[in-house]
Each structure stands twice: as structure tokens, then as C-alpha cells.
Ligand binder design. Sequence first.
Ligand SMILES: Nc1ncnc2c1ncn2[C@@H]1O[C@H](COP(=O)(O)OP(=O)(O)O)[C@@H](O)[C@H]1O
Ligand SMILES: [Mg+2]
Length: 227
Amino acid sequence: MERQSGKGGGNSVKTIVFASNKGGTGKTTISCALARSFAKIAPTAILDTDVTGPNVMTVLDVPYKHAEFDLDKFYPQKVTEQLEAFSPAMFIPDGVGVTWTGDERGEMIRELLERVEWSKDIEYMIIDSPPSTSDELLTVLLQSNPTGVVIVTHGSQTAIDDAQRLISVLENEMFNIPIIGCVRNMTDVFGMKPLDGIDLLGDVLTSDTLDVDHIRDLIIERLNHDR
Ligand SMILES: Nc1ncnc2c1ncn2[C@@H]1O[C@H](COP(=O)(O)OP(=O)(O)O)[C@@H](O)[C@H]1O
Ligand SMILES: [Mg+2]
């Protein structure tokens, strides 16, 4: 299979970052479910950029081998026929936390974004991001050149406040990154509070089987509309 490093698929690839600022809102849960959903219709990649809490492979529930390396290449794990994944968990031993400095974590994120050898035909690149709006997220936003960001929040006041702070960062002229919309997760637990000025992509209950195909279709509709 033909491969290329970095974003895969060249300029046509749609890169969607899932972010929240607050931890525990469901970024990894929702981004993995959406990656599987996108992979039903097009070749898709999911990249885990949360180097201190790299949970993507666990949530995807695939046995992952330890990553293969060349001098300058990382090889993704095939999840399904049309889905590839890469996570720093593939080379960090299980149960071990990294003690890298901010600079080192930033360098790791840059390498993840540049060195993974995705299939050439990738159409959607899903990026699961770390919490906070500190330099790790900023590195993800600046280096991945995203098509847009999906905000994953729940309805607790603290999550809403943190999401609102994230929105002000995305709208900052330094970034100016399109916000595709918001997924309100766990609405049966945390309520339905809306985010100011951001369209809803969908509400997810804890009892849902995370059938997120309608959220996927809304994202595609908005990406096509904004083109
Ligand atoms: N819709 C949901 N229903 C039930 N549990 C959920 C749901 N979304 C997230 N969770 C649980 O909440 C916790 C945090 O989710 P996670 O995706 O790891 O959040 P984040 O990546 O934002 O830190 C996990 O234990 C996850 O299984
Ligand atoms: Mg996570």
C-alpha cells in the first residue's frame, strides 16, 4: 500500500481536531466513535496527540502492537479496512506516565504530526487532543492546519466555562480556526446547557450506543458548505 508521512491524502484531506479544554468531557470517546463512523464511508485516520493520557487505542479497543520505526517514520495500526490509528501509547510502556517537559511534549506532537506514514488515500484525519489550552493544544492547532475544530463538552458549568475559553482561543486572530460545531456529551448526566454562538452537532446520552453517524453527516455537510 502506498504511504505518505504527515497528513496523508495531500491537500484534500479534511483534518478535524476534537478539543474541549476541560478533561473528561468525552473527547477521546467521541473522536474514536466518529473515526469509526467516518471510516464507514471513506479512508480515515485517527491520531492521538494526548501524550500524557494516550487513550485512543484503548477506546478503539484494538490490540496494538508496539510501533514500528524507521529512522524518521512511525507506522500506524490498522483498525478496520478503512481506519488507521496512531497513538503515543504504541511506544510508551503501559502504565508508565511520561515526565517530559513542555518542550519535549511539543516536540513529540510535532513528530506525531509529521512522521506517521498514513495511507495515501486518507480523506479524513481525526485528531484527539489533550486537555487545556496550553502549549500542547496550541502546537496541535498550529502544526496540523485543521479544517476545523469540533468542541466536545458536557453541560456542567465548569465544562461550559472552559469550552467558552477554548472558543476565544480558536477565534483569536493568531489561530482563527473554524469551529465546526459542538457535541454535548453525557447530557442525561450533566444537562443541556448551550455554548454561546456555537451550533450544536448533537447531544449524546450516556445510554446511547454512540451511533454517531448523524453527527458525522452534519460535520460533512458543514465542511462542504464552508468550502
Ligand atoms: N456518552 C458517554 N456515555 C458514557 N460514558 C462516557 C460517555 N462519554 C464519555 N464517557 C466516559 O467518561 C470518561 C471520560 O471520557 P474521555 O473520552 O476519556 O474524555 P476526555 O478524552 O475528554 O478526557 C471515560 O470514562 C468515558 O468512558
Ligand atoms: Mg482523552
